[in-house]
Design a protein around this ligand. Sequence first.
Ligand SMILES: NC(=O)CC[C@H](N)C(=O)O
Length: 356
Amino acid sequence: MHRYKPVRLILENGMVFHGQSFGAEKATSGEVVFNTAMVGYPESLTDPSYEGQILTLTYPIIGNYGVPAYSETDGVSDFFESCRIHAYGLILQDYSDEYSHWNAVKSLGDWLKEEGVPGITGIDTRLLTKVLREKGSMLGKIMYAGDDEIDFYDPETENLVAKVSCSEVIEYGQGEKKVVLIDCGAKLNIVRELVKQGVRLIRVPWDYDFNRIDYDGVMISNGPGNPDHCGITVAHIREAMKKEKPIFGICMGNQLLSKAAGANIYKLKYGHRSHNQPVQKVGSSRCYITSQNHGYAVDESQLGAEWEPWFVNMNDGTNEGIRHKTKPFYSVQFHPEATGGPTDTRFFFEEFVKMI
Ligand SMILES: NC(=O)CC[C@H](N)C(=O)O
């Protein structure tokens, strides 16, 4: 049995949770959010959309299948959603240092230490989650005894997309159809899924003027933080809409396409982060179980007249996607690329590429 150093999670409302440190011993701060998925910590931690956030996993036993080695195929990581951990900290109830999995080479604690990310175990994550559900997502800080006091860091104040997007154009695949991927912090499974469909993918920085590329379709990725920081991307999407070539957006991509379509974005009380979010296709009784990770939502009342809601969340009625009534522009708030989570809506990639 390991002995871990005591560490505290301090919430903005003054609540203090005492736990033990199993990751890097480094004070940090960010927005505290919770995800109710049972598995998928390697994927969630490396999902760039968690930049600036301290992630609480409500499933109690975490770490028991370890962490894979870093490997790549054609320039794309095989098992992670980006090349580093983006979450600023990890909060667990019961960390398993012992692990067993065919693909594991290290423990979750060792990986967090390598990447300089703190991890806390022994927290009453049920209580923490109840507090976040009642009061809404809150800022928090992780501090060790003897640490100098640090300020609460609010990720809202920064353009996190600029921090996590690629800095230059990167190409993948060799197909005839050319798809631009606007990288707002793209999960790599979007790249894998599109390359699998046989397209030539051109991944561009979030603020790149991609309209000068002669493309066949545009994919707008997921990404961290408040979408209102991405005015330049919205302007480029509006420009792209004039060409009438297919545009598809995922999560942040749904928010940016919706902004280009006239809608506003608002912050949800505590967001949707899980692998079992039910979404209904508007105008049908069809429900899909989806993987989600977002804190903001589209206010569809402001959508332009030529647009319509496409999916709706069956838990709280919030918007889960929009589409243009006549042109091939559409987007979803959930994650068809999954990783982690259900792959039920993976067919969207096939349909998007067929449409091009
Ligand atoms: N996964 C995402 O793309 C998240 C989008 C946005 N940052 C939100 O939290 O709503």
